[in-house]
Ligand binder design. Structure first.
Ligand code: DSN
Length: 414
């Protein structure tokens, strides 16, 4: 109520966005709807203080409650992901990954990651990113026919280039990672193996995707995607990581602070703690399983309607559609779908013949709509609307009305 009086412009924009979210389908696979409890912690008084350092070893006074809180958050992360060490201070995924490089590499070392146009992330060694500017980046890809990670190529590249660090993880890969195989590849070359589980953290926590923990040395993640927390990041060190380097936990902590970041955002740490508690419940397990059921149902329905899916389907929360047989670019499809109330994003497909600003695909996923309680039946309806809008963008206005009315049955978390 204070905001309305004090800053009506911001108040109005928040209300408009709330209305947009309420009346449309958020289907960008890296997005979700956080709980009111998460947002309450995030909007708390904890934003007011600096807390440089770690519990018990801070550079500022007045932090006794912050110490308890950060310890609680770390313990929840350790228990949920079954790891001996967790750092909950990364501001988000890119800073988390930067700290991973800083912990185990020197500038100029060779590093390996999945190329961005193949579904990887900027921080996994893409040419315009720090990870390729400060390190010698070798990129692996997916198979040209199956679009699955090309483990053979990866093994060959790792043996040839002897990277210090291999990153595994993706932003547009609809299948399960073979962590065991990846662990063997890293071990055979002596590389550190880091799993960036940003997209699938909630699935891993809820048991809907195999955990990389037994096979990798380091796990990095964001906390706001399938994990459904506030925007934020975490880095975890596994038993295997501690065996490879008994100082790895300390190196990670030092890389975050004072190496890469200053004061942690403690309101964010509090909200991460809340989401980790939520993610440890049986209800979250059910949620994670439903995300995958919904993705698979959506994939099957879209295929029936003539859509080509990269890898022919999905094992996780996301789908990547190759629109080339639909005579529409990913960009135009994104615009038409947004007009209809379905938020997706244009995306390159592997070996895309079209440029990144007008790619051949769209990427979509089910984490947020599953949070609203939608199930397989609703996926059929959504697939139908997508077909209609993509084959005739002029139908978007009419579909928008139908979607707004449909959304009333599935309120945002209250
Ligand atoms: N921006 C995220 C995504 O949308 O996948 C990756 O960091």
């Amino acid at each position: 109520m204070k905001l309305k009086k004090q800053d009506s412009q911001i108040y109005k924009l928040i209300n408009l966005e709330t209305e947009r979210q309420k009346t449309s389908l958020e289907m960008i696979p890296s997005e979700n709807h956080s709980s009111p409890a998460v947002r309450e912690a995030l909007g708390s008084i904890l934003t007011d203080k600096y807390a440089e350092g770690y519990p018990g070893k801070r550079y500022y006074a007045g932090l006794k409650y912050y110490d308890i809180l950060e310890d609680l958050c770390r313990e929840r992360a350790k228990k949920l992901f079954k790891v001996p060490h967790a750092n909950v201070q990364p501001y988000s995924g890119s800073p988390a990954n930067a700290a991973v490089y800083m912990a185990v590499c020197e500038p100029g070392d060779t590093v390996m990651g999945l190329a961005l146009p193949m579904g990887g992330h900027l921080t996994h060694g893409w040419k315009v990113n720090f990870s390729a500017k400060f390190f010698k980046s070798v990129q692996y890809g997916v198979d040209e026919k199956t679009h699955l990670i090309n483990y053979e190529e990866m093994e060959k590249l790792a043996k040839e280039n002897k990277p210090k660090l291999i990153f595994v993880g993706a932003t547009a890969y609809p299948r399960i990672f073979d962590w065991k195989r990846l662990g063997e590849i890293a071990d055979s070359t002596g590389a550190y193996l880091a799993a960036d589980i940003a997209h699938i953290a909630g699935l891993v926590a809820g048991g809907a995707h195999p955990s990389p923990v037994p096979y990798v040395h380091i796990v990095s993640t964001t906390t706001h995607k399938t994990l459904r927390g506030p925007r934020g990041g975490m880095i975890m060190v596994t038993e295997k990581g501690m065996k490879k380097d008994p100082e790895l936990d300390k190196k990670i902590d030092k890389a975050i602070f004072p190496g890469f970041q200053g004061g942690p955002h403690m309101h964010q740490v509090a909200a991460i703690a809340v989401c980790l508690k939520e993610a440890a419940t049986p209800a979250f397990k059910k949620y994670a399983a439903q995300i995958v059921k919904n993705s698979k149902a959506l994939a099957e329905e879209l295929k029936k309607l003539g859509f080509n899916l990269i890898t022919c389907g999905t094992d996780n929360h996301l789908l990547l559609i190759d629109l080339r047989n639909k005579n529409i670019s990913g960009s135009d499809a994104q615009i038409a779908l947004e007009e209809a109330g379905i938020t997706t994003n244009k995306n390159t497909i592997p070996y895309d013949p079209n440029p990144p600003f007008k790619p051949s695909g769209i990427r979509l996923g089910t984490p947020a709509i599953t949070t609203r309680g939608m199930k397989e039946k609703e996926m059929q309806k959504i697939a139908g609307w997508m077909r209609e809008v993509i084959s005739n963008p002029k139908s978007a206005k009419r579909v928008r009305k139908e979607i707004a009315s449909f959304c009333k049955k599935f309120p945002l978390p209250r």
